[in-house]
Design a protein around this ligand. Structure first.
Ligand SMILES: [Zn+2]
Length: 314
């Protein structure tokens, strides 16, 4: 069954790729909008291929460039088909991106978990004893932590090797790379109680600024999940913007605390990259989401704000 599904997806991808729709989207819909992509931990050869392909077709700008245009209220300072490239979590493999960023002369933003960088602590969703991290994402934060603890994991546990970038690596990269916040330990924010969510949002900015000397103005919501309460905490903590992980583009009116990003898989081939970067894939996924997927895109009981988690990406 999985094999048949895989073949079906491959056929759909091939049809979409050769249909010309991605380039049509690029020229018509993305031309006057800002597209933000997010990756995680691609191999350097794949990242290199992606950077080359994207920079040949889009104008890669920095997140700050877009935020400055928003502040000025003048989007005409942005080139057509503007694209912002981001990476979530701060994986140690991201260090390899430094030479690519220099080679292609493109700005990127990496969102860091302040409690994991520069330590031997690990990302909970990469813990090898877990069958799947997806089922834990829908539990309350405390329940998730309890289950992890029963299997031998806790957020501050030091392992024998790092999974995240070190302070030295971040300092070496920061001339070329914009580093921003991705909470402290990467919980699903809407599953946290008020105290936990406030801690994750406030401390991430504080720790990255005080311990590493970074200037933090943006936070990418872990797993793309957030609610109105979290936006309020971001504003109170002094962030200028928050980024989700679902579908859609950005213009002069997009809510700065719900900036839209499109997920790209770390191992996606060029056809998938073309389709996903054009926004078609996320649109189709959202439009044809199954009842099971729909149930994860719930409304927050507390705020009435949709909790975006349709991507399945961390
Ligand atoms: Zn993440």
């Amino acid at each position: 069954m999985i094999f048949i599904k895989k073949i079906g997806i491959e056929i759909l991808v091939t049809i979409l790729y050769y249909s010309g729709i991605p380039s049509l989207f690029r020229e018509l819909i993305q031309k006057n909008r800002v597209t933000i992509l997010f990756f995680h931990d691609p191999k350097v050869s794949i990242a290199s291929r992606n950077f080359r392909w994207l920079s040949d077709r889009y104008n890669i700008i920095s997140l700050d460039h877009y935020l400055a245009a928003r502040k000025k209220g003048d989007m005409r300072t942005l080139p057509p088909k503007s694209m912002i490239i981001t990476f979530d979590d701060g994986h140690i493999g991201n260090y390899e991106l430094l030479r690519l960023v220099k080679e292609y002369n493109i700005p990127i933003t990496i969102f860091l978990c302040s409690g994991i960088v520069n330590t031997n602590r690990h990302y909970w969703f990469k813990y090898s004893e877990l069958d799947s991290s997806d089922s834990l994402k829908i539990l309350s934060n405390q329940k998730r932590l309890n289950i992890l603890s029963e299997s031998g994991f806790y957020p501050e546990k030091e392992f024998g090797y790092p999974q995240a970038l070190s302070k030295d690596q971040i300092l070496e990269m920061q001339e070329y790379v914009n580093f921003q916040a991705h909470t402290v330990f990467h919980p699903c924010l809407p599953r946290c109680n008020d105290e936990e969510a406030r801690f994750e949002i406030e401390q991430s900015k504080k720790q990255l600024e005080q311990d590493i000397g970074l200037a933090i103005n943006a936070l990418a919501y872990p797993n793309g999940d957030y609610c109105a309460r979290d936006i309020q905490f971001l504003q109170n903590a002094g962030y200028s913007c928050g980024l989700n992980g679902g579908h859609g583009f950005n213009n002069e009116k997009t809510d700065l605390y719900s900036l839209n990003r499109l997920p790209i898989g770390d191992g996606d081939n060029i056809k998938l990259l073309a389709i996903k970067a054009s926004g078609i894939w996320a649109f189709l996924k959202f439009f044809f989401r199954t009842p099971k997927t729909r149930s994860t895109t719930q409304m927050s009981k507390k705020t009435g704000t949709p909790l975006y988690s349709e991507t399945g990406y961390i």
